[in-house]
Design a protein around this ligand. Structure first.
Ligand code: HH2
Length: 264
């Protein structure tokens, strides 16, 4: 899954793709690099980010989704917590609703997801983006807590009418987690996979990569660590990996898969 941020303040590439034409150019590049899905977002969820209003978010993402859809049949995911934005994005051609609040932001979110009939990614987050990194605490077993939460959110989505086979789950690396907790989740991904839903994981360029590595790298300097996380995720059975660097990640996954294959 290649990331297309249409925001002025995303933690990694914010601002660079604010212009719809620039976002489209970036989307084209990720498609050429071999992305299987594009994740298009118009609101930053970086720690401390200010919320974006619904109309601005729609105005950012819809032109990009429509433009990509005009030239490609690739699945498109809309990264939003707002049901109105999800509705507009799906109408413009998106096929998945990627919700970092796991359909908890608005009371009508689960019913909206059911009515849209699209795929839905349910992500674990402790708190909300503005405050989530303020001393996140878990019981001893962060993986167990996240797995229990994701199972409960999947149940809630199904109860609201979302088809079971449309549901993806995501442990939310870096969302209300210390680097040690994110590391525990990367180590315990097999237990999230065991829930029985396809798993999506995004560790690409996140600050936890630098903290785990013990370096002072900036976002653009975290490709090596991001690839290490992607390989571990693939090994654990994760179905989709959300990344900024599609070509490099694909190459790493291809080589790791080839090495892992029995000799013909
Ligand atoms: N991470 C980010 C945003 N959306 N969605 C899912 N399902 N999983 C993630 O790990 C995830 C996500 C944060 O990354 P990015 O979009 O690059 O930055 P920003 O949130 O500032 O737009």
């Amino acid at each position: 899954m290649g990331i297309v941020n249409v925001t002025p303040d995303s933690f990694s590439d914010g601002g660079a793709f604010l212009d719809a034409d620039a976002a489209l150019a970036h989307a084209r590049r990720l498609i050429a690099e071999g992305a299987d899905v594009l994740d298009i977002g118009g609101e930053s969820t970086r720690p401390g980010a200010a919320p974006t209003d619904e109309a601005s978010e729609i105005a950012r993402v819809v032109p990009v989704i429509s433009a990509v859809r005009r030239e490609s049949q690739l699945p498109i995911s809309i990264d939003t917590m707002k049901p109105a934005v999800a509705r507009a994005a799906i109408a413009a051609g998106a096929t998945m609703w990627n919700d970092v609040t796991a359909l908890r932001f608005a009371p009508e979110s689960p019913a909206t997801a059911a009515a849209l009939g699209c795929e839905v990614a349910l992500m674990h987050m402790r708190g909300e983006p503005r405050t989530m990194q303020a001393a996140p605490r878990y019981d001893d077993d962060v993986v167990g807590e996240v797995a229990t939460f994701l199972a409960a959110r999947a149940d809630a989505a199904i109860a609201a009418g979302v088809a079971r086979e449309k549901i993806w789950v995501d442990p939310g690396i870096g969302f209300g987690k210390t680097a040690a907790q994110s590391l525990a989740l990367l180590r315990g991904l097999d237990r999230i996979v065991a829930l029985g839903f396809p798993v999506l994981v995004g560790a690409s360029r996140k600050s936890s990569i630098a903290k785990i590595a013990g370096d002072k790298s900036t976002e653009g300097q975290r490709l090596g660590g991001s690839i290490a996380a992607a390989l571990a995720a693939a090994r654990a059975g994760v179905a989709m990996i959300r990344v900024h660097d599609v070509a490099e990640t694909r190459q790493a996954l291809a080589v790791a898969a080839a090495i892992g294959q029995a000799e013909a």
